[in-house]
Design a binder for this molecule. Structure first.
Ligand code: HEC
Length: 155
């Protein structure tokens, strides 16, 4: 009897030790994930989105406000009494667009009428739809007619 209990003790300790090691690792991973999530605020933001994949997402989730061509003339957009930006007429800022789409307009100092999509779309989908927006921006003399490849969206 006595023997069994002394044998048990170390194994309980090592289980506890293993558990706390697991908790530690999980904590570290969580910290790393949080650090990664805030990375776009630092230099070296990479959009890595695919504009072609973002196009249908834009029609589904954004066109009501931003217009089917991204020019800011969506039916709902007018209801806010705001002039929505014409994505085909301004220089794109991939990081800013990404943050606005993920965290909502207030994240970039704009109206809260711009909803956050981090609970609606996956991070990849957000990057795709933003790549689509970036692609709408004028490039070259005839603007979007230069049809950039998705790689062009990485800055
Ligand atoms: C309910 C209406 C609504 C919907 C839906 C909506 N937006 Fe917006 N969005 C706004 C408003 C209002 C603003 C702030 C005014 C502006 O900058 O045009 C805004 C601003 C933005 C901006 C910031 C533009 C800048 O000046 O930097 C981006 C980027 C953007 N929206 C992307 C999207 C994307 C992508 C979707 C779909 C996934 C979407 N929006 C869906 C209303 C909407």
């Amino acid at each position: 009897m006595k023997r069994r209990s002394t044998q048990q003790a170390p194994s309980v300790i090592s289980t506890a030790g293993r558990l706390s090691a697991l908790v530690l690792v999980a904590g570290l991973l969580a910290t790393l994930t949080v650090a990664r999530a805030s990375d776009p605020g630092m230099s070296g933001f990479e959009l890595r989105g695919v504009a072609d994949a973002g196009a249908p997402l834009f029609q589904q989730h954004c066109a009501d406000c931003h217009g089917t061509r991204g020019t800011g003339d969506g039916r709902q957009g007018a209801a806010f009494g705001l002039v929505l930006r014409d994505f085909t007429a301004v220089e794109a800022d991939a990081e800013r667009y990404y943050l606005a789409t993920r965290d909502g307009g207030m994240a970039v100092g704009l109206s809260a009428a711009m909803p956050m999509f981090r609970h609606t779309l996956s991070d990849d989908e957000i990057r795709d739809v933003v790549a689509y927006l970036v692609q709408l921006a004028p490039r070259g003399p005839r603007g979007k007619s230069t049809a950039p490849s998705p790689q062009d969206d990485q800055r």
